[in-house]
Structures are given as structure tokens and as C-alpha cells.
Write a protein of this length. Sequence first.
Length: 471
Amino acid sequence: MIMSRIEARRDEDTVAAGPLVDRLLGGLPPEAVLTDPDVTASYAHDMASFCPAGSPAVVVLPRTVEQVQHVMRTATALRVPVVPQGARTGLSGGANATDGCVVLSLAKMDRILEISPVDRIAVVEPGVVNAALSRAVGEHGLSYPPDPSSWEMCTIGGNIGTASGGLCCVKYGVTAEYVLGLDVVLADGRLMSTGRRTAKGVAGYDLTRLFVGSEGSLGIVVRAVLALRPKPPEQLVLAAEFSSSAAACDAVCRIMAGGHVPSLLELMDRTTVKAVNDMARMGLPESTEALLLAAFDTTDPAADLAALGALCEAAGATQVVPAEDAAESELLLQARRSSLVALEAVKGTTMIDDVCVPRSKLGEFIDGVERISEKYRLTIGVVAHAGDGNTHPTVCFDASDPEESRRARESFDEIMALGLELGGTITGEHGVGVLKKEWLARELGPVGLEMQRAVKKAFDPLGILNPGKLF
């Protein structure tokens, strides 16, 4: 009886999918509408662990704004959920499909429409890859600073959806600070423009900022006006080794309190350093309990590094190694760039957390994560954008072991709780998606959650945009 009910439901889904696909084909070319189950299944989820994903009814790959509008009008008419996607490099399940949905992939909308050196803006479609934009504006002597670790794959639309950060946030800030204006297709297919092209502007509510970080739950971004900066000089990097995480975090506090503005300030705990050594044979001392990497892209980076190195030594650094040129700087950064891959190699599966705490609480947080690691008998490495307090505790576990998987999930929850106890937030750059829905409610509180839901209902009264995400 149970099986017959399941089969009947599948038959109903097939019947429903027929009119949906026919309506979509009325405004999209055949090659933009994918229905092969083996193909659509490959669009079901992003890179997050422990996040359920459904089976999409269809995947669409529009190339124009008008085609996106057609998709949303069709979805509204038929009351079908729509899940927007970029490159699916997210780590919170925010791009995961729901059963019977339309997956709206914006990967084909990948044109850089304009680069203006005078206005210092770029106008782009959402499928433009972050690294491609950075290289394009670099040819004009400009830079687009936000640089998530996945910048060679992730798209601008995805970066906007999750308000992504990166290694350079300590000096240059996150994606939200570079989005000046947006064109957004609303749930009913209407096109709305927000923001501006000008350097300043305060006309009305800041709807642009509202869409940044909304994870596709309020509308579909189809065009973005982005602020650019002059291309900075090549940065020089310094590596400082410490005999404890507390000493390294003390150095971070001294650096920030001293008014220094490094272009990069990253921390790796002993677990991460060991994982990198084991994988890449980088020769980092086995006695290293914490490794701090700092960089300056100023006109005299060597002098800035010398001042920062002195602060590290005052905080108890056992060794301070400044790079002499760009090549040495790149070698020093290899350890940080290898860290997540190295941690994945420890057990085969990782659950990457994203907790941001006040800089002054960074040491307490890392010590707390170590206690959680011991409690659950798990390897948990911490890498951090130390300059802004954004940490990435990474839980290593064997996904084929149910007991270890359970402990991994429970440790993740304790890390979330620790971050909130220290006055932090559950996510600094990865977003909420499916993974952190429960924790978003705890952070916002009942009144805050009510207001968030009211905003969602105003933009998406039928609840068809990325349902089941955020809250």
C-alpha cells in the first residue's frame, strides 16, 4: 500500500510537469530547458554537508532578462517553487532544490556589460565568475576586491546572494560594500531596479542592501552595478609562528588596536598546520601551535611588515618570517590556500562552519572549539580571517560512519552556540540556507524573525522563491 501511494504521487508529478515544461518552452529555447532526470539531479544541491535536497521537475538556463521574467511568470501562474542557482559552490544548502521545483540556473548570463574607469563601476550579469571580473577590470588598472576562496568558480550572483567575503575583507570589506545597484526580477515576473550608478545616493529605502545576502528568497538578480577600486600594488606577506593560539590572537588584537590596516590577516590553528604539513610537506615546524599570515599592499609594505612583526614578537611569536618579494609571498600563502583541502584529506569529509566573533573574543572561541573537539573525539581545525573575526572551524569525519556523523553534527551545533555566547553571529559570509535555519531563529529572536518573514511575504506573497531556506 505504501509503495502504491508513492508511485501514484510520482504519476501526479509527471502529469504536473507536462504543463510546466510546455509553458516554459513557450518563452525559452529547447536547449535552455532540461528535463532528463539524470541531468536535473546534478543540479540538486550545492557543496554543503547535512543538507537535504529534493528532485527538481526541470532545470532552466536563461540567457536574457526577458527569459527570466518568463520563468517567474510561469512559476507564479502554476504556483511552482523556483530555486535560483549560480555555480553551486555554496556551503549552507542555499541552492539546494526542493521536490518539483524549477531550478533557475543563471550560469549562462555571464556577460560583463560595462567597465567604466571614470565612474569606477562594472555592470555585470549574475553568471560572471568572480575571477573573470577581477582579471577584466585589472586590465583597466582597477580591482574588484571581494575574493571568496572559490573565486575561480563562484559567480557574482552567488556572491551577492550570500554576501560573500574573502581573504582581503580586513581592509576592503565584503560584497555588500561593492554592490551599488541591482536589476531584480520579482516573483511575479516584474522587473525592478534598485540603487544607483553614482558614488553617493540616499534616495528611499536601501533595497539594494536588502537583496544582498537574501539567498534568492526575495527576487532574482539579473544585473549588478559594482563599485571598483584602483588596483593596489603587489602585496608582501609575513608569516609568524606562535606556541599557542592565545598568543597569536593577542597579536591580532595588538595589530588592530595599533591602527594597522593589513590587506590580509589570516590564522591557522595547530590542527590545520599539521594537516597542511601532512598533505603538502611544507616543512612548517611541528611545534607550531598557531600560524599567523599578514600582508600589506601599501607603497612601503616592507616597513609595514616590520612594524607588524615587532608586534607579533611582543605577543610571543617564536619566529617571524617576512617575504622579500611577490614570489616568496605566494609561497607563504600556499599554506593558507591549502588548508581546507588538507583538512578534507584527514577523514574524507568535512563540515565547514562559518562563525564570526568580535576580534577580542577570537582566542576564547578557538580555545572553545578545541574543547568541543576533545569532547566529541573529532578532528576540528580552525582557519580564520583573523582581521575581522570570521572563523571557519572545519569538522573532519567519516561520512560512512553513522556514529561519527552524528557526533560531527552535534559538534557543529555546539560551535554555533559558542559563537553566539561570545557575542558573534552564525555566519559571516557563507549564508544560512538550510544548514543554519534553526540557528538564525535563535540569533534573531521572535520579533526579529517576525519582521524578516514580513519582508519575505511582501516580496514573495506566494512563497515560491527558494522555499525552505533561511526560515
